[in-house]
Design a protein. Structure first.
Length: 134
């Protein structure tokens, strides 16, 4: 992601990770995380574990008022429990220690309910990428 770069639509990056108007087999389609403005934190599921789920829900509801399509990012640790991993190596996933799997599933369900209550539906990222590559 480009810090402090407010973009709404996916865009292509070339081999040098520069924005590109054209695409080929070497370009990457970047999906920006939704933000309310340049100065707001991007809206993604993990932010709820850092700033609190109430903050995430508030920001998400504000964003959904815009009626824009968006990319909602979730990290695997957002829906994993300590029992899912081998801890023979150190980790820096604080949310594994503070939240159990039942809390995490509850948060995911609440977020999806907020999104679907506003009339949004999910789409496979592969289908969206194929539409942009046409």
């Amino acid at each position: 992601l480009f810090p402090f770069k407010f973009t709404k639509e996916p865009f292509f990056l070339n081999e040098n990770l520069e924005m590109s108007q054209t695409h080929n087999k070497n370009t990457i389609l970047e999906f920006p995380m939704p933000t309310l403005s340049n100065l707001n934190t991007p809206i993604w599921h993990t932010m709820g574990f850092f700033f609190g789920m109430n903050y995430l829900k508030k920001m998400l509801k504000k964003f959904l008022e815009k009626k824009q399509n968006f990319f909602y990012l979730m990290h695997p640790a957002d829906f994993l429990d300590k029992s899912d991993l081998n801890f023979s190596n150190k980790h820096s996933l604080e949310r594994l220690d503070k939240f159990n799997i039942n809390e995490k599933i509850k948060y995911i369900e609440e977020i999806f309910e907020i999104i679907t209550d506003k009339g949004f539906v999910g789409e496979k990222i592969k289908n969206i990428a194929n539409d942009y590559r046409k």
